[in-house]
Design a binder for this molecule. Structure first.
Ligand code: 5CU
Length: 382
């Protein structure tokens, strides 16, 4: 009897009811407000103050399950959408809210239905939140990591690119990397700020909706953040860290040889790292959210090629292993159809892209669609 291959969505968001209620109490971004009897969401610094419509698809678990059913998604690993708790300024509020939201998400997942034919597997798992704000104590961060490791349906944490205010190369984060690398938790690194204060000039005066911040700002932000982490030697000190990059790593795969070359020509940095930068690229995980078969195959090729850049003697290049580090995602509830179509193009495009990668056999496509996620997150073994 052949075993059904599962479709697992590892990039799918929500604003839990408690989080949405919190945003409704705020009078500036991030906030949810009502205009003409319609709730609207304002989260990005550079979006029009009118925000955009927001509704139950962001907080109602039944809506998530309906969306999954519509697209034949068996399992989702749900994360709070940006900007998480980054905007809070009181460590005690951030820690308390993180703990409450992590409990809420555990409950959201633990009480979800099981997957048909897979006895021990739930349809919903989650990424928890850390109180990553300026002024937070290391103990508070480590306490939250410990709390999350005790919540069996939370399989990782989602975090933004600012860490506790100074980015991911901040030495103050060292104990956190250490703690995370001693757990099975996967760190989902996700953008929010785009180009930050440089955006106004970079995007120009023309009104282009959300296109530039999302298509360019987000990926550049992720690329910069993970490059800074690599340059700080975090992966050398914590090779067991499991970091999953949103949007297929942004521009990292495309720029990895250039980054490696810039490092090797820089007198300050050339001897700092244990490996060529391309090796670290092969140690990361990437969502398969890039909407095109050529991009999908390219990212996998670059990951696979990185295996040859280890400074470990005898390391061999195996281009085909790249697919093992790529995992299907949707970005739901963002990118809904503009028209009345039932199925979401943003989902179908990524599925089609996976399906059309040249040189990927059925086995590779199934791994990216779900097998890799089941293995990486240990689904069904809680
Ligand atoms: O449309 C957007 O603004 C977003 C966002 O903020 N976060 C995300 O994950 N996808 C799209």
């Amino acid at each position: 009897m052949s075993v059904r291959q599962l479709l697992v969505d590892i990039h799918t968001h929500c604003y839990l009811p408690r989080y949405a209620a919190f945003l409704r109490q705020r009078s500036f971004a991030p906030r949810i407000f009502t205009r003409n009897q319609e709730e609207r969401l304002l989260i990005l610094d550079d979006e029009p103050l009118s925000g955009r419509p927001v509704g139950p698809q962001y907080w109602d678990r039944d809506e998530k399950l309906k969306f999954m059913d519509l697209h034949n998604i068996d399992v989702s690993i749900v994360s709070t959408a940006n900007p998480w708790l980054d905007f809070l300024d009181k460590p005690s509020t951030a820690s308390q809210l993180a703990n409450e939201l992590n409990e809420d998400l555990e409950n959201y997942c633990a009480t979800s239905p099981g997957v048909d034919g897979f006895d021990t597997m739930k349809r919903l798992y989650g990424f928890g939140l850390l109180p990553l704000i300026k002024g937070i104590g290391t103990e508070d961060l480590l306490q939250t990591v410990k709390h999350i490791t005790g919540l069996p349906h939370l399989k990782g944490i989602i975090m933004g690119t600012r860490g506790i205010g100074k980015g991911l190369d901040d030495p103050a984060l060292e104990p956190l990397w250490e703690a995370l690398s001693n757990t099975k938790l996967v760190v989902f690194l996700h953008p929010h700020y785009g180009l930050g204060s440089g955006a106004k000039e970079a995007w120009g005066d023309q009104e282009n909706g959300h296109v530039l911040p999302l298509a360019i700002g987000f990926p550049v932000e992720t690329t910069t953040a993970i490059t800074r982490l690599i340059l700080a030697g975090v992966y050398d000190r914590h090779p067991d860290l499991k970091i999953l990059l949103a949007h297929s790593g942004g521009a990292l795969p495309q720029l990895s040889s250039r980054i490696a070359s810039c490092i090797s020509h820089d007198p300050l940095v050339s001897s700092r790292l244990k490996h060529d930068a391309r090796y670290y690229v092969s140690r990361l995980y990437y969502d398969a959210v890039n909407y095109g078969p050529e991009e999908m195959g390219f990212v996998a090729d670059v990951i696979g090629r990185g295996t040859a850049y280890s400074s470990i003697p005898g390391a061999r290049e195996d281009r085909l292993v790249g697919y093992k580090r790529m995992l299907f995602g949707t970005d739901h509830p963002f990118f809904p159809p503009l028209g009345k179509e039932a199925k979401w193009a943003s989902v179908l495009e990524n599925l089609q892209a996976i399906d059309e990668v040249q040189r990927w056999e059925k086995e590779h496509k199934n791994a990216v669609r779900g097998g890799n996620a089941i293995e990486l997150f240990g689904l069904g073994h809680e």
